[in-house]
Design a binder for this molecule. Structure first.
Ligand SMILES: [Zn+2]
Length: 255
């Protein structure tokens, strides 16, 4: 059922094109790398969405302890997908996508925002573990997006006020910027009533998720520009719905 895990040392060498030995693991993986190309990322996306369907049906199959898998993973990991999700306790990616041990490389931060540490984690999984799918997973009723919406409306209602620089404000800053883009593109006035209509939380969640995926793609292009990996990477934005448990893809793009 599960693919044989590949040790970190093997995948590291193969990912960087440094492997010159002829052992079966290396040869098999090199052939796979040459022929799979974009299929690996697309297959991983299909697998995650099928997992979400099982979750919605209350039929988890992979997000359970599996002794064989546990034993296999002692020698290394090769998760096909990286998931950047919010820290919200109601959205554990392994559960809502029905994935097991070693299946997804998960990065969690409130508001699923991108920073240097998040990018570094993504690059590690892409370059050294063989991941090819990157999915930015926002969710409905996100507290970070709700707070950012409130902060944007408050700032517009009191222009000239000094921008806060505490850790939470810094975290929310890119989502507040998303609110600004949405308001501008809708030609909104500055009144709080106008802004609340133009910036409903679901729209902020969608805009933030798509923006993070867009910025992620650009950052990966910049950092993987000279690597064959880049052409195999698929970046997807998706939103988890707290009401029905579904994950809906908003946008997907190959590098
Ligand atoms: Zn959230």
């Amino acid at each position: 059922m599960f693919a044989r895990p590949i040790g970190i040392g093997h995948s590291l060498l193969i990912a960087e094109g440094l492997c010159s030995c002829s052992c079966k693991v290396h040869l098999g993986k090199m052939v796979q790398t040459a022929t799979v190309s974009r299929t690996k990322a697309e297959t991983a996306l299909t697998d995650l969405l099928q997992g979400n369907k099982r979750y919605q049906q209350g039929n988890l199959q992979r997000c359970v302890f599996n002794k064989d898998r546990f034993e296999q993973l002692k020698t290394g990991q090769a998760p096909p997908a990286v998931v950047l999700s919010c820290s919200d306790s109601r959205v554990p990616p392994e559960m809502v996508l029905d994935q097991g041990l070693g299946d997804v490389f998960v990065i969690r931060v409130a508001g699923n925002v991108l920073d240097e540490n998040v990018l570094g984690s993504m690059l590690f999984s892409l370059q050294h573990l063989g991941s090819r799918l990157v999915i930015v997973l926002g969710h409905s009723k996100c507290g970070a997006c709700t707070a950012a919406q409130g902060a944007y409306i408050a700032a517009q209602s009191a222009p000239g006020q000094t921008k806060a620089t505490d850790p939470i404000s810094n975290l929310l800053s890119p989502i507040v910027d998303c609110c600004g883009h949405l308001a501008k593109s809708a030609g909104a006035g500055a009144s709080p009533e106008d802004l609340k209509k133009i910036l409903p939380v679901p729209a902020v969640v969608a805009e933030n998720t798509i923006q993070v995926a867009t910025v992620t793609l650009k950052a990966l292009e910049k950092n993987l520009g000279n690597s064959d990996i880049l052409g195999e990477v698929l970046v997807v934005s998706a939103v988890y719905d707290l009401d029905d448990g579904s994950v809906k893809v908003l946008h997907q793009q190959h590098a």
